[in-house]
Write a protein that binds this ligand. Structure first.
Ligand SMILES: Cc1ncc(COP(=O)(O)O)c(C=O)c1O
Length: 354
């Protein structure tokens, strides 16, 4: 069966142009510093983000964790939004790899405010506290539904965080989705952060890899931690070529993913018992709540799979759909009709509406 795969934007396969770029990449040993394609990707990303230097890493998780390790010491604290990837979806890496404690701050629609950050920063004079070493912001915010930080809010937070002598990190796994949706450049965002991590393997469509960017000294330290965390690769240029190609060809098209996600959200919001906050549907992610139908999201996901549609289920009644470069307008229409069919069947036969 041919599936419509909406589980994540990480499921994409390389396009013919990308494959061609990979196959013709000039490569070397990147751990020895002589893979020209990796160096080219790093220089390209540093330029896009307006930073002195950048470093190619195997995953977004490793990118974030290298940055955390550089900013914070063991026993120190990092402020992050309560639903953030760094806190919830990185296998406890901040604690496990670096002895760092994360202080979760729950924010409406995932967007932290200056007041919330101000209240979360620890008093350095009080020996009971783990000193605040870093503030993290996730843009777009995955589990808030792909929400985009307004640029002026980022500027405002950055001003405050820096006035406290604290560095600021952006988990920009989907930074280009944010930039396209906000109508600004990635650099407009990244100027406010000491470090930025950007994924090539999400909406941009590369098979793997992320890039972190910062000052030259920051990246010099990052290179050592990348080795320590096991992410220093050899002929990585084959993968870097895919990332470079994605940056050169697949940024603007993210707007199409955003339009399709919104069309999906509008259709889902009309279904009885489905709740979704349309305000959060700003990029390529749609999160919705099935509790009004009485159908657990895992059951919905299983039934949809039998109908050829793959979605993610989180928690008892939360499901997520993510659009990407293989999802067409027809897939959106088909998905909506199959979701409607599955819900009607389940509610009508086995499960009561609450
Ligand atoms: C916001 C965010 N940050 C970081 C990551 C980690 O990326 P990776 O899966 O490459 O480790 C993800 C992955 O989905 C993410 O959504």
């Amino acid at each position: 069966m041919e599936f419509i795969d909406l589980r994540s934007d990480t499921v994409t396969r390389p396009t013919p142009g990308m494959l061609q770029a990979m196959m013709s990449a000039e490569v070397g040993d990147d751990t020895l510093g002589d893979d020209p394609t990796v160096s080219c990707l790093e220089a390209y990303m540093a330029e896009l983000l307006g930073k002195e230097a950048a470093l190619f890493v195997p995953s977004g998780t490793m990118g974030n964790q290298i940055c955390l390790r550089i900013h914070a010491r063991s026993g120190e604290e990092v402020i992050a939004e309560a639903q953030s990837h760094i806190l919830n979806w990185e296998a406890g890496a901040a604690a496990g790899l670096s002895g760092i404690q994360i202080l979760p701050v729950a924010a409406q629609r995932g967007l932290l405010t200056v007041d919330q950050i101000q209240s979360a920063i620890r008093d350095r004079e009080n020996v009971h506290y783990a000193p605040t070493a870093l503030v993290c912001l996730e843009n777009t915010h995955n589990f808030a539904g792909g929400v985009v930080y307004p640029l002026d809010l980022v500027a405002h937070i950055a001003h405050f965080v820096h006035s406290q002598g604290i560095p600021f990190h952006m988990d920009g796994a989907r930074l280009f989705n944010a930039a396209v949706a906000a109508g600004v450049s990635a650099r407009d965002y990244s100027q406010y952060f000491e470090s930025v991590s950007v994924c090539l393997s999400k909406g941009l469509g590369a098979p793997m890899g992320s890039v972190i960017a910062g000052s030259r000294d920051f990246i010099r330290q990052g290179r050592r931690y990348r080795k320590m965390f096991g992410g220093s690769l050899r002929q990585a240029g084959f993968m870097a070529a895919a990332g470079l190609w994605a940056l050169q060809h697949q940024i603007e098209r993210l707007a199409e993913d955003h339009q399709r996600a919104y069309a999906l959200a509008l259709g889902l919001a009309e279904l009885p018992g489905i709740y979704l906050d349309l305000e959060t549907v700003q990029t390529n992610i749609v999160i919705f709540d099935t509790s009004g139908t009485g159908i657990p999201s895992a059951v919905l996901a299983e039934q949809l799979k039998a109908e050829g549609v793959l979605v993610s289920s989180f928690g008892p009644y939360r499901a997520r759909l993510v659009t990407h470069l293989h999802i067409t307008d027809q897939d959106v229409a088909t998905t909506l009709s199959r979701v409607r069919h599955v819900i009607t069947t389940l509610v009508g036969t086995t499960l009561p509406v609450r």
